[in-house]
Write a protein that binds this ligand. Structure first.
Ligand SMILES: [Zn+2]
Ligand SMILES: [Zn+2]
Length: 214
């Protein structure tokens, strides 16, 4: 299965993608499943399509940085310590450390060394510099943790820019494979101009949202 474990939707202000659009983009990218992620909200239920299964998750803004909790029904208050979130997820949930060394986003880099019991480290399709992902790969190797791929897509053109490959036929089976460390990661090479385009698109949406509120 090809699974993109990190796809945002317009329930967060930094994206305007509808769940149905994300699923369609995933079909076009040849994916078998995607995790629909919102920042700090309870997972929003949305069924997938015939071709693309949907898993629900949340990107928690912990006290120390972002943490992905997938296959969960929970949400956590912002600023909860990362280890406390990890300790309180459901047994079937998957905890991934997203973009840990990305200097432009809230990676967990400083706290990373002391965290335990999470399942995987992410290779992120949205990192502006490939070196951020190189560091994540080296860190995962050092800790003996598997890698997962996630596009961190906020717009349809980004879905599937990174994904995880596992030998499984169901979401449950795929999560099991990740926990067993049996993953491969795909990341699409893109020119920096393409990465910058989407980076600024999100910032634009956030700025527009702030202006509407003020
Ligand atoms: Zn993040
Ligand atoms: Zn994200």
């Amino acid at each position: 299965m090809k699974i993109d474990f990190h796809v945002h939707t317009g329930y967060s202000i930094c994206s305007n993608m509808k769940p149905a659009e994300a699923v369609r983009a995933a079909e076009q990218a040849g994916l078998d499943a995607i995790a629909l992620i919102n920042h700090d909200l309870k997972p929003v239920k949305f069924k997938g399509s015939k071709k693309v299964k949907v898993i629900h998750g949340v990107e928690v803004t912990t006290k120390e940085g972002h943490l992905l909790v997938i296959n969960t029904n929970k949400s956590f208050p912002k600023k909860t310590p990362a280890q406390e979130v990890i300790n309180n997820v459901e047994k079937d949930a998957l905890v991934i450390i997203p973009h840990p060394f990305d200097l432009f986003r809230k990676g967990l880099s400083k706290k990373l060394k002391s965290l335990t019991s999470y399942h995987a480290v992410e290779v992120n399709g949205r990192c502006l510099l490939p070196s951020f992902n190189d560091k994540a790969r080296a860190f995962a190797k050092e800790k003996g943790k598997p890698l997962t791929g996630g596009s961190d897509a906020h717009f349809t053109g980004e879905v599937g820019n990174a994904y995880t490959i596992v030998n499984a036929r169901s979401i449950k089976g795929a999560i099991k494979k990740v926990k067993q460390g049996k993953t491969k990661v795909f990341i699409r090479e893109r020119p920096v101009t393409n990465r910058l385009k989407y980076f600024f698109k999100s910032i634009g949406l956030e700025a527009a949202s702030f202006l509407r509120q003020s």
